[in-house]
Design a protein around this ligand. Structure first.
Ligand SMILES: Nc1ncnc2c1ncn2[C@@H]1O[C@H](COP(=O)(O)OP(=O)(O)OP(=O)(O)O)[C@@H](O)[C@H]1O
Ligand SMILES: [Mg+2]
Length: 496
């Protein structure tokens, strides 16, 4: 087989689900030594395409060719053995096992009928070393950050012979530090002549890492370009098929009364945190990873134990020992780790969105009208542009980004005064980001205090009326919208 032949070729792939054509006649080829990005809005068909390649799902129609031969009866085991390895949007590690046990899961090395720990730990060490990642193979996976877990997942797939490596939004859970690892790994694998398929909503990564980029829209293949021949504006236009203004929507209200006051809050990680949030204001939290932003939100929300300090709502001191106390006080927190948010995957979108809201729809006779419930739910689906044939669709069947929107839709219905958003637009496509920004503004305009933790500098600068900067568990500065520049935020965040 010639080197300029594609290693992997998909011909006329169609995948239909009831009410949805997830992929419509898509043909695309992949070559050795190339990093090939696939971009498109939430629900465009990217993950479905990947699952067809790995044999996790069967296409309704179409053919797969691998190393010049037609692939019959593709299935995950077969694909893996041939050298096609994918890392999905959702991590698949067993958290109570060690790193080494995970890397060798299902193909342990045995000695006298027992797992040969020395062997699997040594082998794991080698793979991790090849990736340049410093993790002890004996560590339990649950003790690693989500980012490191992602790196273990990559190590696991690279411990076999891999010819095609597929990464479905690998960067979403990664911090900036870990991101550098990921980029180095991808570079190294390209040098080893692997074909790499890279899915991401962060277009900067496409330009930094990839050789080619293909655009999907609504289940259709649109076009493939060399990255050097295109730019961000063109990619966005091809993805969303309409003019999209990348600026941030303006807020039409002014700052109201103080609603939340945090006084001298300390936990095992936080040192003497004091700040206030006001009605009608969007307060941003900046900081490097580990600065304590998520910890601050969790402490206020009653999810972490507080050592000392006070939380006041409308000037009254509140006792918050658990998230349910916090919700009663009108504080809501949207976690960055969406898996922990209790989406019921086997329930419909409607049941998920209305789960906590339904009781509020009772009329004076105690009866909930079906029409009212469904109109509330439909409005949320429309507001957040959740891509689905109906509100009765199971959440399990939604694309990754659309599942996240269901979480947002659910929490936005909670009657609250203060709402914390932790990395609200991770994994969300360019078009839907705008919708989320508009909703945040709407909440502020309704008189709520909107607090946003974000690692995306442009979003933070564009969507905050005031920014608090944290460093190593402390607040190190506060900037007004006018004072806040990228340099100033970074200077404070790095502790200078
Ligand atoms: N098992 C299923 N049953 C019904 N519909 C499905 C199923 N799996 C996927 N879909 C639908 O197929 C479409 C494509 O989904 P896919 O997960 O491929 O999108 P995606 O491009 O990966 O989006 P994201 O960026 O949000 O991850 C979506 O409309 C989704 O709801
Ligand atoms: Mg996806």
């Amino acid at each position: 087989m010639r080197m300029d032949q594609p290693i992997l070729e998909l011909r006329s792939i169609t995948k239909k689900y009831p009410g949805v054509v997830a992929l419509d006649d898509v043909s695309l080829s992949f070559y050795r030594g190339e990093v090939h990005a696939i971009v498109g809005e939430n629900g465009a068909g990217k993950s479905t395409f990947i699952k067809v390649i790995t044999g996790a799902i069967q296409p309704t129609k179409g053919e797969i060719w691998f190393e010049g031969k037609k692939l019959e009866n593709n299935n995950p085991q077969k694909a893996l053995e041939m050298g096609i390895s994918a890392i999905y949007q959702e991590l698949n590690l067993l958290k109570d096992l060690t790193v080494a046990e995970n890397i060798f899961y299902n193909r342990y090395i045995y000695k006298h009928g027992l797992i040969d720990y020395r062997a699997i730990e040594e082998e794991s060490h080698k793979v991790l070393e090849r990736l340049g990642v410093k993790i002890d193979p004996k560590t339990l996976v649950k003790n690693l950050s989500v980012g490191y877990q992602q790196l273990v997942e990559i190590a696991k797939s690279l411990s076999r012979t891999v010819k095609v490596l597929i990464l479905d939004e690998p960067s979403a859970p990664l911090t900036n530090n870990e991101l550098k690892y990921l980029f180095d790994i991808v570079e190294a694998m390209r040098k080893e002549n692997m074909a790499i398929i890279y899915i991401s909503h962060r277009l900067e990564e496409v330009f930094r890492l990839c050789d080619k980029v293909s655009v999907f829209r609504d289940g259709h293949y649109i076009q493939t370009m060399h990255v050097k021949d295109t730019n961000k504006t063109e990619l966005i236009r091809l993805m969303v098929n309409r003019e999209l203004n990348e600026s941030f929507p303006a807020l039409h209200t002014s700052r109201g009364e103080k609603v939340l006051e945090v006084k001298n809050l300390s936990t095992s990680l936080l040192k003497d945190i004091s700040f206030s949030a006001y009605r009608g204001e969007r307060l941003g939290f900046a900081g490097l990873v580990g600065a304590g932003r998520t910890e601050t939100a969790r402490a206020v929300f009653g999810a972490d134990k507080i050592k000392s300090g006070e939380i006041l709502i409308d000037g009254k001191r509140m006792k918050i020992d658990s998230p349910s106390d916090a919700i009663k006080c009108g504080i809501v927190y949207l976690s960055e780790d969406r898996k922990q948010l209790g989406l019921f995957l086997n329930m419909s979108i409607a049941d998920n969105i209305l789960f906590s809201y339904l009781p509020k729809l009772r009329n004076k006779f105690g009866i909930i009208s079906k029409g009212k419930a469904s109109s509330v739910c439909d409005a949320q689906i429309q507001n957040l542009a959740i891509k689905t044939p109906s509100a009765q669709q199971l959440v399990r069947n939604l694309s990754g980004g659309n599942q996240q929107k269901v979480v947002l839709a659910k929490w936005m219905l909670m009657n609250c005064d203060v709402i914390f958003f932790d990395e609200p637009t991770r994994g969300i496509d360019v078009g839907a980001k705008q919708e989320i920004y508009k909703l945040m503004n709407q909440l502020a305009e309704e008189g709520k205090a909107v607090v946003m933790i974000s690692s995306e500098m442009q979003e933070l600068l564009g969507m905050s009326d005031r920014i608090i900067v944290m460093h190593e568990g402390k607040i190190v500065g506060e900037l007004s919208h006018e004072q806040a520049t990228q340099e100033e935020v970074l200077r404070l965040a790095s502790g200078v």
